[in-house]
Design a protein around this ligand. Structure first.
Ligand SMILES: Cc1ncc(COP(=O)(O)O)c(C=O)c1O
Length: 389
């Protein structure tokens, strides 16, 4: 009677990283500094909240357009054309419950049992289980660790078989903080076209860019619009992680399949929060820029301090809210380092191995989720730990 389906029993256990160990230590009353959580520290800007409250009070509490409210999709169509260089109609946009549901729809709509989906490693762990639940197989293709985790065409092409259906891209990259160049994306696009593959592109950090880094959407490259599902969210740049609001852009030919999944799963996204999303897209960009400027100050602090610690070297992230320092010179694995930092320094970071074996010489430090003072305190504690090794 209590038998679970194969999609539960024959897929890997969902891994929560340091979450459970940190929760256990926290329960003992320890004052932990959380540098593992990948969420913004800012509050959602006021004009977004006000627009949502207004919609709620005006009675926007009923079922709505299954694909998402038309004014929001029209505003996103303009944003996609101007910012991402992706030319889609409002009919080629689907509003989703965060990026999480957009990727679920993409995988469920396009992957069959026996298909292979390539994840570039280090990968974003949430993508793994969702791909497995479709019955498809996850295949890891390494990024070039010695060249700052860049995309190397031959390393990816070596993983393509007759069963490969898609490549999953995360750009800007969590956990490495890399923002891929046009040449790297062109290499990936060439592979997708040559082998007739779909690209599922997770661009949740598209607006968190530092010091002139340029975000390029792979769907904007020639021949890619029809074979790319590009996924976005209000989560990070607008500090709306708890709102659960995202969207995807895909060619009209793909939309019926994507809609079939979301309609059966959730019907559609909450109606009144879509007015908040509209205010976010059409509102002042300066509000968002202030938050990114704040993230950049924290990034500079974290990278400078990490590079002063014994056995730690850290490249400068070009985007996202993560630093991904190399700790191999300490002789510790990433899990040993993360466990010891929790035990001895009351600092929570994520082990790089959580993002695949290639990340095992690194730890991930989120600089976006705490105040500047708290991060400074975290850096003091980490320096005490590494310098005493
Ligand atoms: C790469 C990446 N994709 C997706 C998500 C989840 O996005 P959402 O909260 O919009 O579902 C995250 C959140 O940390 C992320 O880092």
């Amino acid at each position: 009677m209590s038998r679970f389906a194969r999609r539960i029993t024959q897929t890997s256990e969902k891994n929560y990283g340091m979450f459970q160990k940190a929760a256990a230590k926290s329960a003992t009353g320890a004052d932990l500094i959380h540098l593992e959580l990948g969420r913004p520290c800012h509050d959602t800007p006021d004009h977004i909240k006000q627009a949502t409250i207004k919609a709620l009070l005006a009675g926007k509490v009923h079922y709505s357009d299954l694909q998402g409210e038309l004014p929001l999709r029209q505003a996103l169509q303009k944003k996609l054309a101007e910012y991402n260089n992706i030319d889609v109609t409002a009919g080629e946009i689907l509003i989703t419950n965060g990026l999480t549901q957009a990727s679920y729809a993409a995988f469920m709509a396009l992957l069959d049992e026996g298909d292979e989906a390539i994840l570039l490693e280090p990968f974003y762990p949430q993508h793994v289980n969702k791909i497995e639940m479709t019955g498809a197989k996850v295949v890891l293709a390494p990024l070039d660790r010695d060249a700052g985790f860049s995309i190397r065409k031959d390393l990816i092409e070596a993983k393509i078989t007759k069963n490969t259906r898609m490549i999953v891209l995360v750009n800007p990259c969590n956990p490495t903080g890399r923002v891929y160049s046009r040449a790297e994306l062109q290499d990936l696009a060439d592979l997708a076209i040559k082998h007739d593959l779909i690209v599922v592109s997770d661009e949740v950090y598209e607006q968190i860019l530092f010091a002139g880094a340029e975000h390029i959407s792979i769907a904007s490259l020639p021949g890619m619009k029809e074979r790319t599902i590009t996924m976005f969210a209000f989560t990070k740049a607008y500090a709306m992680d708890g709102w659960r609001l995202g969207y995807l852009a895909a060619d009209a030919a793909l939309m019926p399949g994507l809609m079939k999944i979301t309609m059966n799963e959730v019907t559609h996204v909450n109606t009144f929060i879509q007015d908040g999303a509209l205010a976010a897209v059409t509102g002042p960009a300066s509000v968002m820029q202030d938050m990114v400027d704040d993230d950049q100050k924290k990034r500079d602090l974290v990278v400078r301090r990490l590079n002063q610690m014994a056995g730690v070297t850290c490249a400068m992230p070009e985007g996202t809210i993560y630093a991904f320092p190399d700790i191999s010179a300490t002789g510790l694995t990433s899990q040993q380092a993360a466990d010891a930092l929790l035990d001895k320094a009351n600092v929570v970071v994520e082990a790089g191995g959580f993002y695949g074996p290639l990340g095992d010489s690194h730890i991930r430090v989120c600089f976006g989720s705490q105040s500047y003072q708290r991060i400074e305190e975290g850096m003091d504690r980490m320096a005490g730990f590494f310098n005493a090794l």
